[in-house]
Design a binder for this molecule. Structure first.
Ligand code: GUE
Length: 300
């Protein structure tokens, strides 16, 4: 029975999130006399990064945010980048700071991420926020946007409590694999994290009720990897060039057509996890703005 799976529409879900953010942001602006503010810092000219940075700016405007994009050349020194971060940390119009990754290799990304005020860390990559999440606290830290978006998508199928469900995460990166494993665990799933050194990864994937693919290998996850009825979350964004046509196409880490045949629910690429990531960045910026107002309130 082909194409039986439910399509999880990331674009539509992202719109419902950003509509709600825009609503609350309008009230924030009326009450505070200023908009929630997001700063995105882009070092260098990586074309994919340009696309993401542009869509972040567009979405921030749609949410009614004050939004600035700071573009720096690829040869910017680490000291100068730290100075940019420090200025944004102390800028009262800015609630959220995102330094686009990857950074040029002469810059120590960990040093830069650690320099961001944890309260303005809307990526959730600061060690304080990452550490709180790893300690099982999903309420206080700013949560990384892609994992937070994935949890929203999973909830549309399974609800909030994942008790009794096996989740397999393919990939152990600090931006997706690790944090999503903590969120799944906090939701009571039984979580296994697989990676490049895992033996028999295909058979392991096949045990998953919830399969999260975040490895960056185009269409690695095929039919034989997927348990019938499973929920398949495709985090991959791989641009494939067609030599003959001279065109390029976005594909995920999952073979979409095969997944649609066997899975219970599937996220597409594009219009899946990507738009949700941006929506959660907006939600984090609003959350950071509200928390900052509370922190800075002078007791009567
Ligand atoms: N500090 C930092 N934080 C990030 O969150 C971050 C980052 N660095 N570096 C790069 C990755 C990648 N990323 C994407 C966000 C949205 C889409 C997205 O919306 N993609 C569209 C397609 C866009 C296209 O055509 O390329 C979609 O999937 O439908 C993709 C990728 C955020 N990242």
């Amino acid at each position: 029975m082909p194409r039986q799976a439910v399509l999880i529409d990331g674009k539509a879900l992202a719109k419902s999130v950003t509509d709600a953010v825009a609503d609350v942001a309008a009230r924030f602006t009326a009450a505070q006399g200023r908009q929630p503010g997001l700063a995105v810092v882009l070092v260098g000219e990586d074309p994919a990064s340009q696309v993401y940075v542009r869509s972040k700016g567009k979405m921030a405007a749609r949410c009614g945010f004050h939004s600035v994009t700071i573009r720096q050349s690829a040869d910017l020194s680490q000291t100068d980048l730290l100075a940019v971060v420090d200025r944004l940390n102390n800028d009262s119009t800015i609630d959220g700071i995102l330094v686009q990754l990857p950074l040029p290799t002469h810059i120590d990304a960990d040093a830069v991420l650690s320099a961001i005020d944890p309260g303005k860390d809307v990526d959730g990559f600061h060690p304080i926020n990452a550490g709180r999440l790893a300690s099982g606290d999903v309420d206080n830290p700013l949560l990384p946007c892609t994992p937070a978006g994935i949890m929203h998508m999973i909830r549309t199928i399974h609800g909030k409590d994942l008790s009794g469900l096996n989740a397999v995460v393919l990939g152990r990166s600090t931006i997706v694999g690790r944090p999503i494993s903590h969120l799944l665990l906090a939701a009571n799933a039984t979580v296994t994290v697989a990676h490049s050194r895992t033996k028999n990864i295909e058979a392991l994937a096949h045990t998953a009720d919830i399969l999260v693919a975040a490895v960056g290998r185009p269409q690695m996850v095929g039919r034989s990897w997927i348990k019938p009825g499973a929920t398949v979350i495709d985090v991959g964004i791989n641009r494939i060039e067609d030599q003959n046509l001279g065109t390029s196409q976005l594909v995920g880490d999952v073979n979409f057509d095969e997944a649609m045949d066997v899975a219970g629910a599937v996220t597409p690429v594009p219009k899946g996890v990507g738009p949700m990531t941006i929506a959660m960045l907006m939600a984090n910026t609003l959350k950071a703005a509200e928390a900052r107002v509370k922190r800075e309130a002078v007791p009567a």
